[in-house]
Design a protein around this ligand. Structure first.
Ligand SMILES: N[C@@H](CCOP(=O)(O)O)C(=O)O
Length: 433
């Protein structure tokens, strides 16, 4: 299978090149040159298949020409060695809990898959590789966990100063070894722009291999489609249309769902649920796409003003607004609304939403309230509430419990490289190694 750039200015490349480059030379994002449609028999059996079985079938459709089955099967099984429960919060509203992995955010799925795939593609040991990742909170730690102490790989995490939660910061900055945490005076969008500039920089590329671990990398995107099939399979026998409400920032998670739909998963509709960083819901409403600087919110991992995966969505919909609208409904929620939702759902259903999940839950409820026919809504619960302890406790007025896995981080020593929002500074840090 070949992968082509959303900018369409370069020729398509094989999987290995797409993964090890991260971003196409013309600055576009890689997409499968054609999206394979899975057979009807697979969809009929979905409810009987385990998550790793589903993931293997989906991944095979993209990867099997380049990664043999005896490598791909264990790779998928190791990636998904934790539960992804689907919990009914109230009638017809389900939470897909994607936060039971090592760093307690959905990013573990994509990061674990990608780190294993990269290890396979670099097993020839032909020199070091630099992996650069921008984070607004969760991606960075999942990537660090995936690559910690992997020989030959140096990871650089760019995070915006003062704009991630205290526990997320600990999860980014306490690894040491081959993981460098760089604190940037700027926003997530600045970090992402710096990372993209590094990938395109000729001199850095001459020094050695350099790639991205954000969802701009196709190796992060493909695994983010697996759990849509899995959740759908568990609900399909109820016979109602199924909607997915996705808390969205950089839009890699929602694009993973669109990929699943393009492979034949009969999703009724997607909901793009955002905080005040609402360029996509605004685009759906007005037809004008106006990326802008992100603003800080309590659902900080979604504080993205210029979502990279918009380019992939455009490619999937042929740039047509009506296609976007047919497949995606967009809703946006203020922090006050998010806090109110967290309190209400906790009091009425005893279910603890994190701020991102609360935005997605609100999107699900709004969609169902406006839908002309009954449907089931699955909202993606993308991070454990304890990652946002301060916000949760202030919102609920009571203490929440912190899982040991997160508590461990708060006791560790931070190692931070501070940096202005200047590419030359980043280049110097990357060149030192
Ligand atoms: N929400 C992210 C921002 C980066 O997103 P990605 O999926 O493109 O890596 C975060 O938590 O860092």
């Amino acid at each position: 299978m070949h992968f082509s750039s959303t900018s369409q200015q370069t020729t398509s490349v094989p999987l290995k090149q797409a993964v090890l480059k991260g971003l196409a030379e013309d600055g576009g994002l890689y997409m499968p040159a054609s999206i394979p449609v899975l057979p009807a028999s697979f969809f009929e059996q979905l409810h009987q298949l385990s998550l790793p079985e589903i993931a293997f079938t989906v991944a095979s459709a993209f990867l099997l020409e380049d990664v043999p089955a005896h490598v791909l099967k264990p790779l998928v099984e190791e990636t998904l060695n934790f539960e992804i429960p689907l919990v009914e919060v109230e009638k017809d509203v389900y939470s897909l809990e994607l936060f039971h992995g090592p760093t307690m955010a959905f990013k573990d799925v994509g990061a674990r898959f990608m780190s294993r795939l990269m290890a396979y593609f670099t097993q020839d040991k032909s020199g070091e590789m630099k992996v650069i990742v921008a984070t607004s909170g969760d991606t960075g730690s999942a990537v660090a966990a995936g690559f910690h102490n992997v020989p030959g790989i140096q990871v650089y995490i760019l995070f915006p100063k003062g704009k991630v939660s205290p526990l997320q910061q600990k999860q980014l900055t306490t690894w040491g070894d081959n993981i460098t945490a760089i604190e940037v005076e700027g926003t997530f969008d600045d970090c992402q722009q710096l990372a993209k500039q590094a990938l395109a920089d000729k001199e850095l590329n001459r020094q050695g291999r350099i790639t991205s671990a954000n969802s701009i990398n196709i190796a992060r995107l493909i695994p983010q489609s697996f759990y849509y099939f899995y959740a759908y399979g568990q609900l399909q026998q109820q016979g109602k249309p199924i909607v997915f409400s996705v808390p969205s920032g950089n839009f890699g998670n929602l694009t993973g769902g669109l990929l699943a739909a393009a492979m034949g998963l009969p999703v009724h509709r997607f909901v793009a649920a955002t905080n005040a960083n609402n360029v996509v819901p605004q685009y759906l409403q007005t037809g004008l796409y106006s990326p802008r600087s992100s603003v800080q919110t309590i659902s900080n991992a979604m504080d993205v003003g210029s979502p990279s995966n918009f380019a992939r969505m455009e490619a999937l919909f042929g740039g047509e607004l009506e296609q976007f609208r047919r497949r995606i409904a967009g809703y946006t929620f203020t922090d006050e609304e998010t806090r109110k939702t967290i309190r209400e759902v906790y009091r009425q259903h005893g279910y603890l939403l994190d701020p991102h999940g609360a935005v997605a839950y609100s999107g699900a409820r709004k969609f169902l309230a406006e839908a002309p026919e009954p449907a089931i809504a699955v909202f993606l619960e993308t991070a454990h509430p304890a990652k946002f302890r301060e916000v949760m406790e202030a919102t609920l007025g009571e203490a929440i419990s912190i899982p040991a896995r997160l508590q461990e981080f708060s006791e560790k020593q931070e190692h931070i490289v501070p940096m202005q929002n200047r590419f030359e500074e980043l280049k110097a840090i990357l060149s030192q190694a």
